[in-house]
Design a protein around this ligand. Structure first.
Ligand SMILES: CCCCCCCC/C=C\CCCCCCCC(=O)N[C@@H](CO[C@@H]1OC[C@@H](O)[C@H](O)[C@H]1O)[C@H](O)/C=C/CCCCCCCCCCCCC
Ligand SMILES: O=c1ccn([C@@H]2O[C@H](COP(=O)(O)OP(=O)(O)O)[C@@H](O)[C@H]2O)c(=O)[nH]1
Length: 418
């Protein structure tokens, strides 16, 4: 008797906790949607003083390996940036890399844009992206450095916006929230539904709460802060999640990390299974660095939160039907996700009209809602990370060592990659 009343009180406490958690999640989500609607694509103007003094130069480092989808069109956007002073540093892992021809063609087409092609990576750690970028970093002329991944497209005004953001008081790093260039097709819609809904919700909430949550796919930082480390950017070569540690370092020096008004436009036309592999790899990195995060991510996802709610609400209010609770929860989540996606799109500009129908969106959304918890669970079951053609093993905290590259495994080439 005593035992069953304890059990009842424990269940009651758990049900109240779940309902409170769902209310917090919903409130946080609504705030994130409003934040995105107000913040993204806001036009900024440099002060006359700053314009008179001259805008600071930016060195843009583009690490490249092979040909990504739409590489020509994406890279071309870096030659047409509306910014007075910048240099492009294309970093390849070898001079026979297939991206070389594309870059040379673009450099010929835009001779007025200062651009260099570098093909001698510097081995300074396990992170191949850092090794590749170091050749650009060492020769970069400017104090502001933008790291921009190969698959990212830039709007003409985005660089000026990032420079404006970094010129605000105490800002040391500005990053773009990962999003997707709006292109027709179901694959692109799945990418949008992931990055514009679930991912955007977490990314924005974390950043609004002042939690370091920054991806290195497009981030601008002050070189003088990084160069306080004896080996500069090379220091981060020991980690695969160099972006996380870079942002932490900049904050530890007393600077703020801020989000650009323009999300990063990834290509998003790749196959869904590749997106899934990438998200599993990212989740593996997050688990190694911030282990409790996966639990938080799981319960903040639509399905898990819905199942918890479908148990807790009827427990507190027995007249409620669990299935109805679950369906209403999913519908609310779907509408919130759609509103989030629209807030990440430029509703006043080029993306004004979504290039997809409602039914298509619901299908893509269902795929993401099913895929996300699965990815998180798969990430927990894996001990190794595969990135491009290399295999790594992560230790708690993020330190990494390379297990083996596929080139070595298959013995396809006797020449090491680096
Ligand atoms: C309704 C609101 C509910 C919010 C609940 C949120 C719960 C989920 C919490 C966190 C999810 C954060 C997701 C952040 C996205 C990070 C993407 C990522 O994993 N990136 C990693 C990989 O990046 C590439 O890696 C290779 C590198 O070379 C490339 O350049 C990179 O682009 C990246 O390395 C990892 C970054 C670490 C992010 C840590 C985030 C901690 C955030 C804590 C958030 C707590 C939020 C609480 C909100 C209530
Ligand atoms: O061995 C590698 C792997 C990646 N990269 C570069 O690192 C960036 C991010 O790579 P990817 O898109 O594979 O990472 P993700 O965004 O999926 O984490 C891209 O510019 C790649 O060209 C690199 O220079 N060498």
């Amino acid at each position: 008797m005593l035992h069953s009343s304890y059990l009842h009180y424990a269940q009651l406490a758990a049900a109240l906790f779940v309902v409170a958690m769902l209310a917090v999640l919903l409130t946080a989500y609504i705030l994130a949607i409003i934040w995105a609607r107000v913040y993204f694509y806001r036009r900024v103007n440099f002060s006359p003083d700053m314009l008179e003094a001259g805008l600071p130069g930016v060195s843009i480092i583009k690490p490249l390996v092979g040909i990504d989808r739409n590489v020509y069109a994406n890279l071309e956007t870096f030659f047409t940036l509306q910014y007075p002073k910048y240099e492009l540093l294309f970093c390849l892992e070898s001079d026979s890399d297939s991206a070389r021809m594309v870059i040379e063609t673009l450099m010929e087409k835009y001779p007025a844009v200062e651009a260099r092609l570098l093909c001698s990576p510097i081995l300074c750690g396990v992170n191949p992206k850092i090794n590749n970028m170091m050749q650009g970093y060492q020769t970069a002329k400017h104090q502001l450095v933008l790291i921009s991944d190969s698959g990212v497209k830039m709007r003409p005004e985005a660089l000026a916006d990032m420079v404006w953001c970094i010129n605000q008081k105490d800002v040391g790093l500005v990053h773009q929230m990962p999003f997707v260039d709006q292109r027709p097709g179901f694959r692109s819609l799945v990418h949008s539904a992931y990055f514009g809904c679930s991912h955007a919700k977490s990314y924005i909430s974390a950043n609004c709460l002042g939690i370091t949550c920054c991806t290195g796919m497009s981030c601008l930082f002050r070189r003088q802060v990084v160069d306080k480390l004896p080996s500069g950017l090379a220091y981060f070569g020991r980690y695969l999640a160099e972006d996380f540690f870079l942002a932490q370092h900049i904050q530890s020096r007393g600077y703020r990390v801020s989000v650009s008004h323009y999300p990063a436009l990834q290509d998003g036309t790749g196959e869904v299974r590749f997106l899934q592999r990438r998200l599993i790899r990212w989740a593996q990195l997050r688990t190694a660095m911030v282990p409790h995060i996966i639990l938080l991510e799981l319960i903040a996802e639509c399905l898990a939160a819905g199942l918890l709610g479908a148990w807790a609400l009827p427990f507190l209010f027995p007249s409620l039907n669990p299935c109805a609770c679950f369906l209403i929860h999913c519908l609310t989540w779907l509408l919130a996700d759609y509103a989030m996606l629209r807030s990440c799109m430029d509703t006043a500009g080029v993306d004004e009209k979504p290039q997809f129908g409602r039914v298509e969106f619901v299908c893509a959304w269902l795929l993401c809602v099913g895929m996300t918890p699965l990815n998180l669970l798969v990430s927990l079951s894996r001990s190794e990370i595969v990135w491009r053609n290399r295999r790594f093993r992560l230790s708690w905290g993020g330190a990494t060592h390379e297990v083996s590259s596929q080139q070595k495994l298959t013995n396809a080439s006797s020449k090491p990659t680096l």
